[in-house]
Design a protein around this ligand. Structure first.
Ligand SMILES: Cc1cc2nc3c(=O)[nH]c(=O)nc-3n(C[C@H](O)[C@H](O)[C@H](O)COP(=O)(O)O)c2cc1C
Length: 172
């Protein structure tokens, strides 16, 4: 898909065809886009946890109790190791959250490119999610994404609400 069309057409999708599997090749394409994301000093401090088993899906879904989320066929949790990410020497700023956000954005855009619906989620219960996926020492989570094909006949809203370009650009 043409890049600007993809950016303009992408929207959060919270309704999924629960019976339709995403082929491994498509899942790999999506996760590989995350792998190829840039990160500060190219540290790549991430792991992409693909939640696909019935048991783990149910544990992860319990961390965000929205009706639509309970129907997600797949969930990707982007996990980072904050001892591996770049730290700015002067003030100790750790780039982990930025790195993980970029990786997630690559994943979400790749899902769109594959025709897979996705919704970025941060309003989860952190402790429950850490427990559900077996988060390791030094690892942190900032977001997960629900994923699945939209049901047949699904229509996007097509009414992107964004501030105007002149409102968000400051030329100095
Ligand atoms: C960092 C981030 C966190 C988000 N967290 C949630 C969430 O917890 N639950 C949810 O339903 N949507 C969540 N969203 C989706 C946003 O609500 C959505 O991207 C926004 O309303 C713009 O709509 P669009 O993605 O269709 O353009 C999140 C999006 C981002 C980028």
């Amino acid at each position: 898909m043409e890049f600007y069309q993809l950016i303009e057409g992408r929207e959060t999708i919270r309704v999924y065809d629960t019976d339709r599997k995403i082929p491994d090749e498509v899942l790999n394409n999506i996760l590989n886009a995350g792998r190829l994301a840039p990160s500060a000093s190219n540290r790549q401090p991430w792991t992409f946890v693909l939640v696909a088993s019935k048991e783990k899906l149910s544990a992860v879904k319990a961390t965000y109790q929205r009706e639509w989320f309970q129907k997600a066929p797949y969930i990707v949790v982007v996990v980072g190791d904050k001892t591996k990410s770049w730290v700015r020497p002067k003030d100790g700023y750790n780039s982990i959250e930025t790195d993980l956000a970029i990786a997630m954005d690559h994943i979400i855009l790749a899902a769109e490119n594959e025709g897979v619906g996705a919704c970025w989620v941060i309003a989860f219960d952190y402790e429950m999610l850490a427990d559900a996926i077996g988060l390791k020492k030094n690892e942190v989570i900032y977001s997960m994404a629900a994923m699945g094909y939209p049901p047949e006949g699904f229509q996007k809203k097509g009414n992107k609400k964004r501030r105007l370009l002149e409102e968000v650009v400051r030329k100095i």
